[in-house]
Design a protein around this ligand. Sequence first.
Ligand code: PLP
Length: 393
Amino acid sequence: MDTDQPRLSTRVSRLKSSLVRDILAAATQPGVISFAGGLPAADLMPAFPLETIASPALYQYGCSEGEPAFRKAVANWIGETGFDVSPSQVLALAGSQQGLDFAAKLLIDSGTPMLTEAPTYVAALQVFELFGADIQTVELTPHGPDLAHLETMLEKHRPSCIYLVPCFQNPSGACYTPEMRTAVAELLDRYRVTVIEDEPYRSVALDVAHPMLPICAQLRHSDWIYLGSFSKILWPGCRIGYLAASPRLMPHLVRLKQAADLHTQRPAQAAVAHWLNSGQKEADLQNLRDGYRIRRDAMQAALTRHFGELAEWEMPRGGLFFWLRLREHRATCADLDRALAQNVAFMPGEAFYPGQRQGQQTLRLNYSCATPQDMEIGLARLAACLTEETCTA
Ligand SMILES: Cc1ncc(COP(=O)(O)O)c(C=O)c1O
């Protein structure tokens, strides 16, 4: 035995590094124009209500499920989507990423068949792969999955769970229509697939006319875990999110929370509960949406100038990203290195697929942080970089 090597679990050999987090350091170097991350705009975050975290009582240990006031406020917040859940079904989380970890621990053994959209959220893939899921994918259109393909995959692979991001998906911006939500819920119910629905971008809705009743709200037989986050609308550094779950999953999720970190930090729960109950909420959300709409439109204009001939895309109606399909060229991880050398960062589409060699002509661009001027310079630089001879397919 090689005594110089640490003795690690088999599971850890499946743990890949997250490209998003890896390039964050490079992308935040001075001089780099970054379209790579998913950071919300700092100038659009509401002021943190410092006075709500002053009580010394908040600095004692708390209960694993979360603060009663937080759970109640979150149940009401979820209720605004048309989904009726009780506070006893809510668990406070250290960001919705923690909910993905719990969902994986709860549902996935090595070899467990599961479905995700293709493309999908890269850090969800990271955790599902860590636990050894046998991940199969369903093609995603801008309005939801290809239903015929979904049914084929359900029939063929009999997955035990599925991971969906139906509102302004990261990375593609796809947003399921009401009909699609109902059709997907019916199919998943029929195959008794446990649904993990992840909605951090629901409130970053810029111009959506239709209602977006969660898929979990429409299930009658399948178990479900519904994940939400305050990272994209409030203070991501507080690491605060939540889940709601079907009653028979809840006791297991609470025990996973106990085993992971005892409970979510109480001051952040107090601050978020205060915001949810305050009269300021609607005005803050409106301000956020107005700010993002301006940036989204500026990015759309700059993209049309610099990528109009090179790529096609749907203008996102919410969320934080543009998803481009290049007509001829590629935008792989190797191309990212060359772009970084030119001081511009993007996310190669291939990071958002579980298999190898998929998505090589796609890329994700974040629009929430760059100024219009940086969009202009950065996209011109990126277009030049991706169309150099060495980048062509
Ligand atoms: C689809 C999706 N799920 C979950 C998360 C994690 O969010 P949180 O900050 O709440 O952990 C993100 C963050 O970018 C995301 O895009």
